[in-house]
Design a protein around this ligand. Structure first.
Ligand SMILES: [Zn+2]
Length: 132
C-alpha cells in the first residue's frame, strides 16, 4: 500500500461531491441497464459522473476541487431547506395559508377560514387584503 500513499500524495482524494457523483453514476448505470433496448447512448452518459469522480479524486488542483465541493454543499443545503419548507407547508395546508407581501416579498403565514382579512407585514408594516 506504500506505492498508493505515494501516488495519492498531493492529490485531492474523495469528498462529498465525489461520493454524490459515484452514486449518480451507479443510478444512471442501473437505469441504462433497464432502458438499454431503447436508449443505447444513455449507457455512455451514465459513465460521465464516474469519470468526473476519478478526475476529481486524482486531481492535484486541491483549491479548485474544494471550491467545487463547497458549491455543491451550498446547493445541497439550499435544496434540503427548500424541501423541508415544502414539507411544513404541506402539513399546514388545512390550517394555514401563505401570502407574499407585495411590497417586500416576505412570505407571511395566516390561519385559514377567517374570511377577508387585512394582513400587516411584520417586516415592512405594509397592509394588504387577502382571503384566508
Ligand atoms: Zn413586507
Amino acid at each position: 500500500m506504500n506505492w498508493f500513499k505515494k501516488f495519492m500524495y498531493g492529490r485531492y482524494g474523495v469528498d462529498e461531491l465525489s461520493i454524490a457523483l459515484l452514486i449518480l453514476s451507479i443510478i444512471l448505470i442501473f437505469i441504462s441497464e433497464m432502458l438499454s433496448k431503447y436508449l443505447y447512448a444513455f449507457g455512455l452518459i451514465a459513465y460521465i459522473p464516474i469519470l468526473l469522480y476519478a478526475f476529481r479524486t486524482f486531481s492535484k488542483n486541491i483549491y479548485k476541487r474544494q471550491q467545487e465541493n463547497g458549491k455543491y454543499l451550498r446547493m445541497k443545503n439550499a435544496l434540503i431547506v427548500w424541501l423541508k419548507q415544502k414539507q411544513v407547508r404541506a402539513k399546514e395546508l388545512k390550517t394555514h395559508k401563505y401570502f407574499k407581501c407585495p411590497n417586500c416579498k416576505q412570505t407571511l403565514r395566516v390561519p385559514r377560514r377567517k374570511g377577508k382579512i387585512t394582513i400587516t407585514c411584520p417586516k415592512c408594516k405594509n397592509k394588504f387584503k387577502g382571503k384566508s
